[in-house]
Design a protein around this ligand. Structure first.
Ligand code: F6P
Length: 472
């Protein structure tokens, strides 16, 4: 039995250059938590880009040796590679197209060449650690070519791939000039996972039309190999959010907010800054709600956190300006001396503050225009320990497939969103508890640990089947 290697674009640690040297902050994200028990044990390892641009060889050595103690290995990228591979092909080509924004998508041959080159760099780094009997789990759209690059060098390795963002319908995917190469890259895997069955369907349809392979219940034959495609809806670390919401620290944090939020109903909204999250539409829906239901002026506050992200990409810079202007306009239009309709923060918050915000909020407004899964809604659910509170959720989020007890809305329908806010505000407590109970049981059962186990077990099953086939 070999080791397990996890590969993702980013390592589960954020490294920053400070005046007194480098600072390392472990990621608190769900994926890092879920995979923690795997990569931290034995000689397993997590490979990825350390998230900063390093030129100095001593600094590279220092980072490599510090990360080695944590079972991590850095893949260093040059400034140009970051621009063309990460900001370029990953976030200006694949991200918009896969989130159904074809008009935002750039098709740039230079970006594509660098994407191939960087996937090759990841392959070479992986081969320094990997052998034929190892399990290799690759994550996300930045590394679509990597499964087959590794397969060519290690034909017997167990290779799993999970895509954390949507896989678009064939009519969208076909626009990519490099569509066939990308599919062939993914097909080097033994198991390919998506969040939803719709993503699986879309992927299989593209494979059928572009590569000419038919599937049987998600199973493809790639030359002599089996490649299984299935859905694995990702969960959160439920008990972490549940316990945090009950903790003294969270209670103190809520108390420290004092009268600011206590006197009104609170709607929470938390996202990375991204056009796929539908933040401007959400603001417009809140504006419409205040116009249509003026009695609620002074009675409801939108607590909106936008976490800075990809701020070197133009569309993200423009979106930041749009959001700033909208918040200013809506607050200017409806605000009163003693009430600010939208409390807007453009920064990240510590975990205890997030826990407090989830716990104190009456409504969570999660309205992406498109989202692979969306974990914020699951975090809100796990934090509602008294089971009151209402989730308003976009039907375009993968999570909507599991969370049917939320108020499901179409994020392009502003009147529907405004009415959903009203419905949530007047929802009897009994109904809130009944819905929240159902939501909690789903999110609790299918947590991040269950997700990791399920994926790993399925990868094992494919390999066993493959082995049985080869000895027949
Ligand atoms: O879930 C999609 C994803 O792009 C991950 O791959 C990534 O870690 C996260 O969102 C944050 O994005 P970025 O790494 O571009 O900051």
């Amino acid at each position: 039995m070999g080791k397990t290697i996890i590969i993702s674009n980013r390592l589960p640690v954020s490294i920053q250059k400070k005046e007194d040297g480098l600072s390392y902050t472990p990621s608190a994200g769900g994926l890092a938590t879920g995979l923690g028990s795997i990569y931290k044990s034995g000689d397993n390892v997590w490979l990825g880009w350390p998230g900063l641009y390093v030129t100095n060889e001593n600094e590279k050595e220092e980072i490599t040796s510090n990360l080695k103690n944590e079972n991590m290995a850095p893949v260093f990228l040059t400034k140009e590679e970051i621009e063309k591979f990460y900001e370029g092909f990953s976030n200006t080509t694949l991200w918009p197209l896969f989130h159904y924004f074809p008009s935002y998508t750039s098709f740039d041959e230079g970006y594509w060449e660098t994407y191939k080159f960087v996937n090759q760099i990841f392959c070479e780094e992986t081969l320094k650690y990997a052998h034929n009997d190892d399990i290799i789990w690759i994550h996300d759209y930045q590394l679509l070519l990597l499964p087959n690059m590794i397969r060519e060098k290690l034909p017997n390795a167990s290779i799993g791939f999970f895509q954390h963002i949507p896989f678009p319908s064939f009519e969208i995917f076909r626009n990519l000039p490099w569509r066939k190469e990308l599919l062939e890259g993914m097909l080097g895997s033994d198991l390919i996972g998506f969040h939803t069955y719709d993503d699986v369907r879309h992927f299989l349809s593209s494979v059928n039309r572009l590569v000419g392979l038919d599937n049987k219940m998600g199973e493809l034959r790639v030359e002599e190999r089996i490649c299984m495609v299935d859905s694995f809806p990702m969960g959160i670390d439920y008990s972490k959010f549940d316990m945090a919401a009950r903790s003294e620290n969270t209670i103190k944090e809520i108390a420290s907010y004092g009268e600011f939020l206590g006197n009104t109903k609170t709607i929470v909204s938390i996202d990375r800054l991204d056009y796929s999250k539908g933040i401007p539409d959400r603001l417009l829906a809140f504006d419409l709600f205040l116009e249509n239901y003026p009695d609620y002026k002074g009675q409801v506050t939108l607590l909106m956190i936008v976490v800075p992200s990809r701020d070197q990409v133009d569309l993200y810079k423009q979106l930041k300006v749009e959001i700033d202007e909208l918040v200013g306009r809506i607050n200017g239009k409806h605000g009163k001396i003693d009430w600010t309709p939208i409390r807007y923060f453009y920064r990240s918050f510590p975990f205890t503050s997030l826990s407090a915000m989830y716990r104190l909020s009456d409504i969570a407004l999660v309205t992406p225009l498109r989202d692979g899964m969306n974990l914020v809604c699951k975090e809100f659910i796990a934090s509602k320990i008294d089971q009151t509170g209402v989730l308003i959720l976009s039907e375009m989020a993968g999570a909507a497939k599991e969370l049917s007890d939320a108020l499901i809305i179409n994020p392009n329908n502003l009147p529907e969103m405004a009415d959903a806010i009203y419905k949530a505000l007047i929802m009897p407590e009994e109904e809130q508890i009944r819905r929240m109970d159902e939501l909690q049981s789903v999110v609790k059962r299918y947590d991040i640990h269950n997700w990791v186990q399920l994926f790993m077990r399925s990868l094992d099953v494919v390999k066993e089947k493959q082995y049985e086939m080869s000895v027949k």
